[in-house]
Write a protein that binds this ligand. Structure first.
Ligand code: NAD
Length: 497
């Protein structure tokens, strides 16, 4: 790794000139891996200007050629999958299988972008009036920007720039300053795949750089993924600037456990869906809602969670890695303390977790709370750590009421063997992504990632057909053609057989 990560502007990797420099550290050891220098306003303006200039030619590049760039990129990402996963493990602390999953889910979006020709087909209708036809085209917007969070440094940038660029746009990516090495490697491979200069730019930074992108008059659309307060701010500011904005936000995902569910599946899935990736997934299960006598399984959930232990990236027996920063760890431990103070029953406490060989890691052990009520801080706030809350209700109606009253609507799940209960749940629940006997129902890229309510601000969701709509404009053409030749005499002869 270079001592300092470069920015990527106008087809060149350039050392940034900003005053703000942040170390990028390994969350398992605190070792400094590299440094990230935030972009200056001049550099941001240069990146946008270069994307704007590149758009003129890129929008004219034939669709099959744009698709071929994606095919080459997909191939390179697959070839380098483990190498990218290793970089990702280093800067996020994710265990290697989680890091590989992060890269793979991104590659799947690039595969979807390879279908861009059929995704950008318009509609036609003949004879909408006498001799008049109508057809619609789908055209790119111009310069688009993407702002991404720390928790999926490969997958989430790949949710954004490949589809936007396949649509004919050019793109400025501002990844999380906490794990920027993976996005830099993604950009290098995009160049190797043959991306023309200026089609993708990558600038590093934090709040100020985001603000500069939101206010830049030449940026037409902004994709954002991050926490609730920032998502709300990005959506408000961006739309106020008359930009198109999609802002994927925080979550509090529930899993309803019906008494007729398969107990072993419930226990296993609750443990892994709450603690996997150290709970740093926007689709992690953070509340188990036990209906009726299914609450008797809580001790078994505790036992299953107690067997999970965090560890280093290459520890085959580790279930997950550290939290991203010491601050994130401290916040989780404070929330655990608040949960105890507010009267929740702490059945398993990971606050004091230690991992042999990694004395300085940001570790939090699996944590389980019983007797949680909706007014508690641990229920109201997104914890984003390996912490599972248990709530108990008497029937499915109460479970649905509880979940629908929670402001977030990212993901939800029900475990049951009753088709009728599952059907009612999927219909009545006010959440955008529903799993039936599946704890983390993340749609594949030919669907879209459809969080609802406070988990999403905007109209068109990430990836799938909705992302193509987000990154494009529809142009509708009505046409009529006149024939200069005199109209032929109508032939009135009726032929009799
Ligand atoms: P974050 O909100 O702290 O940061 C996200 C991005 O916004 C980063 O690029 C960061 O530099 C920038 N940023 C931070 N503070 C800012 C500010 N005040 N003004 C402008 N920009 C700012 O989020 P995070 O901690 O990196 O990621 C975790 C959050 O992301 C969690 O809340 C998680 O639920 C959410 N998330 C949501 C989804 C989804 O699809 N809904 C997916 C992944 C993560």
């Amino acid at each position: 790794m270079p001592d300092r990560l470069p920015l990527f502007i106008g087809g060149d990797f350039v050392a940034g000139g900003g005053d703000e420099i942040l170390p990028v550290t390994n969350p398992a050891t605190q070792e400094v891996l590299t440094q990230v220098r935030f972009a200056t306003h001049t550099e941001i303006n240069r990146a946008v200007a270069s994307a704007r200039a590149a758009f003129v030619e890129w929008r004219e590049t034939p669709l099959p050629e744009r698709a071929r760039l994606m095919l080459r990129y997909q191939n390179l990402l697959k070839q380098h999958q483990d190498e990218i996963a290793r970089i990702l493990s280093l800067e996020t602390g994710k265990i290697f299988s989680d890091a590989q999953g992060d890269v793979w889910r991104g590659i799947e979006v690039v595969e979807h972008a390879c279908n861009i020709a059929s995704l950008m087909m318009g509609e036609t209708a003949e004879n909408v009036a006498g001799g008049i036809d109508t057809h619609s085209y789908i055209q790119p917007l111009g310069v688009c920007a993407g702002i991404t969070p720390f928790n999926f440094p490969a997958m989430i940038p790949l949710w954004m720039f490949p589809l936007a660029i396949a649509c004919g746009n050019t793109f400025v990516l501002k990844p999380s300053e906490q794990d920027p090495m993976t996005p830099n490697r993604l950009a290098e491979l995009f160049v190797e795949a043959g991306s023309p200069p200026g089609v993708l730019q990558l600038i590093h930074g934090g709040k100020d750089q985001v603000e500069a992108l939101l206010l830049h008059p030449d940026i037409r659309a902004v994709s954002f993924v991050g926490s609730l307060p920032v998502a709300r701010h990005v959506y408000r500011t961006g739309t106020h600037q008359l930009k198109r904005v999609q802002a994927m936000s925080g979550a509090k995902n529930h899993m309803v456990v019906m008494p007729d569910a398969n107990r072993d599946q419930v226990v296993r899935n609750l443990a892994s869906a709450s603690c996997g990736a150290a709970g740093q997934r926007c689709m992690a299960i953070s509340v188990a809602v036990f209906v009726g006598e299914s609450a008797e399984w809580i001790p078994q959930v505790r036992d299953a969670m107690a067997t999970l232990r965090p560890g280093g990236w290459d520890d085959q027996n580790a279930a997950y890695g550290p939290q991203i920063t010491p601050q994130a760890r401290r916040r989780i431990i404070e929330l655990i303390a608040t949960g105890k103070e507010e009267g929740a029953e702490c059945l398993l406490d990971g606050s004091e977790c230690k991992v042999e060989g990694y004395p300085d890691g940001n570790w939090v052990g699996p944590t389980l709370f019983g007797n949680v009520s909706a007014d508690m801080t641990i229920y109201r706030e997104e914890i984003f750590g390996p912490v599972l809350l248990c709530a108990q209700v008497s029937d499915l109606d109460d479970a649905i009421r509880l979940i629908n009253a929670n402001p977030f609507g990212n993901g939800v799940s029900i475990f049951t063997s009753s088709g009728a209960a599952a059907r009612r749940f999927q219909h009545e629940i006010d959440v955008g992504q529903v799993g039936i006997n599946i704890p983390i129902p993340v749609p594949l890229p030919f669907f879209s990632f459809t969080g609802w309510r406070q988990s999403f601000f905007g109209d068109q969701h990430a990836y799938g057909k909705q992302a193509v709509k987000f990154y494009t404009e529809t142009k509708t053409v009505m046409s009529r053609w006149f024939d200069d030749a005199p109209p032929a005499e109508p032939n009135m002869t009726i032929k009799l057989a």
